[in-house]
Design a protein around this ligand. Structure first.
Ligand code: ATP
Length: 120
């Protein structure tokens, strides 16, 4: 009983990692985020940013990945359920894209506030 619970949880982790891998394989945006994430982590190491600054960077990076992944899920769901043009689909997709834009703007501001003092 206990073992089967643990193996089910491990399988769920596997599905989640599969989801991240599928997202990276299928979405060009995901690869851009991956490169940006590596660059930000490299810059953080290079400038030896402080622990609270790392926490803000982790939050900003996670926010962008999460919103982009949920936006992709919403886009794919709508394309599957309603492939034809519909004003409600446009509303749903545009609101989801707006969420990504808000996350990206917040991440840029956080990155600028942290790195500009180190750079200059
Ligand atoms: N089925 C649909 N019905 C109505 N409007 C749609 C539909 N599919 C997409 N649109 C709208 O058309 C515009 C472009 O959609 P598209 O999916 O190409 O956006 P995109 O963000 O450029 O896509 P991607 O993330 O794949 O690059 C958006 O305003 C979107 O809301």
């Amino acid at each position: 009983m206990e073992k089967s619970y643990i193996s089910k949880r491990l399988a769920s982790f596997g599905y989640a990692f599969n989801g991240i891998a599928a997202f990276l394989r299928s979405e060009p945006h995901a690869r851009i985020h991956a490169v940006a994430t590596v660059v930000v982590i490299a810059a953080g190491c290079w400038y030896r940013i402080a622990t609270p600054e790392w926490l803000w960077i982790i939050l900003a990076v996670a926010l962008v990945w999460i919103t982009e992944m949920l936006n992709t899920v919403i886009e794919k769901t709508m394309d599957h359920l309603s492939p034809q043009l519909h004003p409600k689909v446009k509303f749903i997709k545009d609101v989801a894209a707006g969420a990504v834009l808000i996350a990206a703007i917040a991440a840029i501001i956080i990155g600028a506030v942290i790195f500009i003092p180190y750079i200059f």
